[in-house]
Ligand binder design. Structure first.
Ligand SMILES: Nc1ncnc2c1ncn2[C@@H]1O[C@H](COP(=O)(O)OP(=O)(O)O)[C@@H](O)[C@H]1O
Ligand SMILES: [Mg+2]
Length: 490
């Protein structure tokens, strides 16, 4: 079921009819989705599955990151049921689908100086995520390692480019492994003859000596780094930079990732723009660090591709989703920045996670969490406990409520002494206005979690930015900032 007519992706297209005139539209997908809920609350089999069906049925392309082994099979089933099987691309350890992102970046026309920046960005994004740090968490000192690493990576990627070589991860690793460790070594003849770093420096020298003066000056900067700055780094700095780099690189140059990322290219992020659904079936559950690196590499390259996507002449762009269940495994602080811009490029993020805290643990502070969640406008809350419920209740806000109360006042409070049994009592019925939460935090603890005991129904309370929903119980046309949705698991 392919739409050849791009006008089919009109922003007002209804993806899900929520009843009472409410709907989730294509434009809502573009402003991002986050689904919260305890483990077993029905996130995956409830709101996530229904969103996936509607995205697939509407012919979205996408990238699916995998934390668990079952996700691939789940998507195969969802795609089959929506007629999208032919669009599935399963990137797995077999290596049938390969993406050499360095070659792909290098081959893009008109990029020039952007190439180093993009490749360094890809590598440092993965490195920081893998080392369990993010730039913003970093308490003082870590920021320094990140900068030292980025500086090293920039010089590392630049060097073979000056020499006119085709850059690859194995080449970068060889340069790094043969870089001089002391000033003395840079005068050693043996080092000059045998070190890949030295040989590449010589080739870079020859290639730039007679050319453009600016390029020559840049080369000399790079040369100074490898011959002077790098050997002069303190033992501690260099060992951390080296260790981070080899942790990052080793998986790429060994099985199974070498074949997937360091050979040729027969699938690329841009294929999602033509409707492909790319599943990174190297789940973290099974592949651990290697799986995380593979997923992050695909994720970041996909994000870059979306950010530089050009709108078609007339009509609308095919939306593409970036999907991550157990998203705490994949979030980085680039995501907020990405989603803020991605909406205008048809990028539709769907992140599914237990709680605000699970994001906070990875992003390190509340500001980073707020900035990510501020850019994922539609929030679905499934059954949950803990701080997420308080935050959700606060997010939905308060309203004025008419409260009828009966006060029984005892006269002893007026300061006069009264004999026992002679207390005066006055009862009064009063009506007043009180500020109340639309939803109390405890309401989220009782939402239906699916399974037989709930007739396979999953409940979620949805909040969609400024969207207003008619209160189904109100009868007076009261407007609510949220809506209770019920999803069938089967
Ligand atoms: N298709 C299904 N039919 C019936 N029960 C299901 C189905 N899928 C999941 N469940 C059950 O429903 C509950 C919620 O599952 P799930 O959607 O996986 O939760 P979560 O993704 O929030 O961890 C679990 O108890 C699970 O065993
Ligand atoms: Mg789940």
């Amino acid at each position: 079921m392919h739409h050849d007519n791009l006008a089919d992706f009109h922003p007002q297209t209804i993806l899900q009819d929520w009843g009472d005139g409410d709907a989730f539209r294509l434009a809502d997908a573009g402003t991002g989705v986050c689904i919260f809920g305890a483990t077993g609350s029905g996130k995956t089999s409830g709101p996530a599955k229904h969103l996936a069906y509607s995205y697939l049925a509407a012919d979205f392309g996408g990238l699916v990151l995998c934390a668990k082994q079952e996700e691939r099979f789940q998507w195969e089933q969802w795609a089959a049921e929506t007629g999208r099987t032919d669009d599935l691309v399963i990137v797995d350890g077999q290596g049938q689908w390969r993406y050499n992102f360095m070659d792909w970046e290098a081959a893009r026309p008109g990029e020039g100086g952007g190439l180093t920046i993009n490749i360094v960005a890809i590598l440092s994004q993965i490195a920081t995520a893998v080392s369990g740090r993010t730039a913003k968490v970093s308490a003082g000192g870590d920021r320094f390692w990140d900068d030292a690493l980025a500086h090293m990576l920039t010089n590392l990627v630049d060097l073979p480019l000056f020499a006119g070589l085709r850059i690859s991860l194995p080449l970068l690793r060889s340069i790094m492994n043969s870089a001089p460790l002391t000033a003395l070594q840079t005068e050693d003849e043996d080092w000059h003859e045998k070190s890949v770093c030295a040989i590449t420096l010589h080739e870079g020298d020859e290639a730039t000596v007679k050319g453009d003066a600016d390029i020559r000056a840049d080369f000399e900067e790079c040369q100074t780094y490898w011959l002077r700055e790098y050997p002069a780094l303190s033992e501690k700095t260099r060992s951390i930079v080296d260790l981070t780099f080899s942790m990052l690189l080793r998986p790429f140059v060994t099985r199974p990732l070498r074949k997937l990322f360091c050979t040729d290219t027969n699938i690329k992020p841009e294929d999602a723009f033509a409707g492909k659904i790319i599943i990174v079936d190297l789940p973290i559950q099974e592949y651990r660090l290697v799986g995380k690196i593979a997923n992050l590499a695909w994720k970041f390259c996909f994000q870059l591709a979306v950010l530089r996507r050009m709108p078609p002449e007339g009509g609308f762009m095919r939306p593409v989703f970036l999907w991550a269940d157990e998203a705490q495994n994949f979030v980085t602080d680039f995501d907020a920045e990405y989603q803020a811009v991605a909406r205008s490029a048809g990028g539709c993020t769907v992140y599914i996670t237990q709680s605000r805290e699970s994001l906070r643990r990875v992003l390190g502070n509340d500001d980073a969490v707020d900035s990510l969640l501020g850019n994922l406008q539609a929030k679905f809350f499934c059954q949950n406990s803990g701080g997420t419920n308080d935050w959700a209740a606060k997010l939905l806000g308060e309203h004025w409520l008419h409260v009828t109360s009966t006060n029984v006042a005892r006269g002893s409070n007026d300061g006069t002494q009264q004999a026992a049994g002679q207390e005066s009592r006055s009862a009064a019925v009063s009506r007043k206005e009180e500020r109340r939460r639309f939803i109390e935090p405890s309401r989220f603890t009782t939402l239906k979690r699916g399974g037989q005991q709930n007739d396979y129904l999953v409940e979620a309370i949805v909040y969609n930015g400024g969207n207003q929903f008619l209160d189904p119980a109100g009868g007076h046309g009261e407007i609510l900032p949220h809506k209770l949705l019920t999803f069938r698991q089967r």
